[in-house]
Design a protein around this ligand. Structure first.
Ligand SMILES: Cc1ncc(COP(=O)(O)O)c(C=O)c1O
Length: 424
């Protein structure tokens, strides 16, 4: 993997040291493949920033975006509306279970979370003004704005100086994987703790990810989301699901909540919405919440580029492309086969703590972050670009992966793990 030294420029990066230029520099992307500036081709098992769900360079999406830019790029949504924004909201209503929802748009996933929190506060201002607090879970990740970092429960967000104080109750999920993994009783323990917080505090809103993305690539134990929904119902709390990562197909369903038969009151989603062509996020708000918002109230949230006409056109084209290509079913099937292949070769192998996955979000958990870093490098040289999150290697390839690409990806990762572990 390119050390990056010869690529030094004036570029600063997010979530990195100010002068860090390590890692490859890419020049082209097509389908499931990326090419770096040395001409090295790799399968993109990161789907861009986990958002290029249908693969790079989907003509239908790029054309829709470019054509909308030429027709009408943007309208200030606080003043007027655009046809593409209307069309996108109506198109999103076609997703099963969302026929009565209203969709509010932002740019980033963090903005969608802030928007969801804002709408929840508005709800509580009408329903019970004492219920101002929010419950979130550790090790959850909800974004990088000051509010989102304070809602998150990860070491990398807990030390930020701009962390918002107060009003957030962090409930520790504990370890679901690894040597100190939680017992099956974890579910009832967590539900009990949530009950205690809702009974004894001003909390009215519960924010949770159905799949811990940055927190280690972990699907919540089966049934836990349903338990959380039931406890929310017992105490009349709003359930906000952070489907920024899982939304729109990643886990092999339109939304991960479908797997558990759970309906959130508000769902935030973003990655995959425009297939990485431009920034766009959304919050789906159910009718029961909408109808209780105070009469005459205003959602005091929005940004200059919120719901840009061009982004909405790209999103509608992405949804059309997903339906036309059966991308959600492909994520389920390809993900299942990849998990089978990785599990057969690596489960129980030296240096491997766990192999798990949900749709096209797969994780190989190794016994140290150092080993995971080396695996990422070796896999890259072999032809697979993966994500490293602590001691976990995450594979989140696009749904367009062919059978041959799928085999290559699994093979490169298995070979890399064996090679690195054998050499230590
Ligand atoms: C679950 C989850 N929530 C929120 C966010 C924040 O989204 P963004 O980086 O677009 O602000 C992310 C980003 O990775 C995420 O995975």
């Amino acid at each position: 993997m390119n050390s990056g030294e010869e690529t030094a420029s004036a570029l600063g990066r997010p979530w990195r040291a100010p002068r860090d230029h390590s890692g490859p520099t890419f020049v082209t992307g097509r389908g499931a493949w990326l090419v770096d500036r040395n001409g090295h081709r790799v399968i993109d098992a990161t789907s861009g920033a986990l958002n290029v769900f249908c693969g790079h360079g989907v003509e239908r999406v790029v054309d829709a975006y470019a054509s909308q830019l030429r027709t009408l790029a943007h309208v200030d949504m606080s003043q007027g509306l655009s046809e593409p924004a209307h069309r996108l909201a109506d198109r999103l209503r076609e997703i099963p279970g969302h026929g009565d929802d209203r969709f509010f748009f932002g740019n980033s996933g963090s903005e969608a979370i802030e928007l969801a929190v804002k709408i929840s506060s508005l709800y509580w201002s009408a329903v019970d003004s004492r219920r101002t607090d929010i419950v979130t879970f550790e090790p959850g990740y909800h974004g990088s704005t000051a509010l989102c970092q304070s809602l998150s429960g990860l070491p990398q967000t807990s030390s930020t100086p701009d962390r918002c104080a107060g009003s957030v109750h962090h409930l520790d999920f504990g370890e679901f994987t690894g040597p100190g993994r939680r017992s099956p009783e974890a579910r009832s323990h967590i539900a009990g703790q949530l009950r205690a917080i809702l009974a004894g505090s001003a909390a009215g809103t519960v924010l949770v990810e159905p799949f811990l993305n940055v927190g280690g690539g972990i699907r919540l134990p089966e049934g836990l989301l349903g338990d959380i929904r039931r406890v929310c119902d017992e105490y009349g709390a709003l359930l906000v699901l952070d489907e920024v990562f899982t939304g729109l197909g990643r886990t092999g369903a339109w939304f991960a909540q479908e797997h558990e038969g759970v309906r959130a009151d508000l769902t935030a989603f973003s990655k995959g919405l425009t297939n990485g062509v431009c920034a766009l996020s959304a919050v789906a708000v159910g009718e029961p919440v909408l109808e209780r918002l105070p009469t005459g109230s205003v959602v005091t949230y929005g940004h200059t580029m919120s719901a840009s006409a061009a982004a909405c056109a790209a999103a509608s084209a992405t949804l059309e492309h997903m339906s036309a290509t059966g991308a959600v079913a492909a994520a389920h099937e390809t993900g299942g086969r990849l998990l089978g292949a990785l599990g057969r070769e690596l489960r129980g192998a030296d240096g491997v703590l766990d192999v798990r996955g949900h749709g096209l979000a797969l994780s190989v958990e190794l016994d140290s972050a150092h080993i995971a870093g080396s695996v990422q490098h070796v896999a890259y040289d072999l032809g697979a670009y993966t994500r490293q999150q602590g001691r976990t290697i995450m594979l989140a390839p696009p749904a367009c992966l062919s059978g041959e690409e799928e085999d290559r990806l699994a093979d490169h990762v298995v070979t890399a793990v064996r090679k690195v572990v054998a050499a230590r």
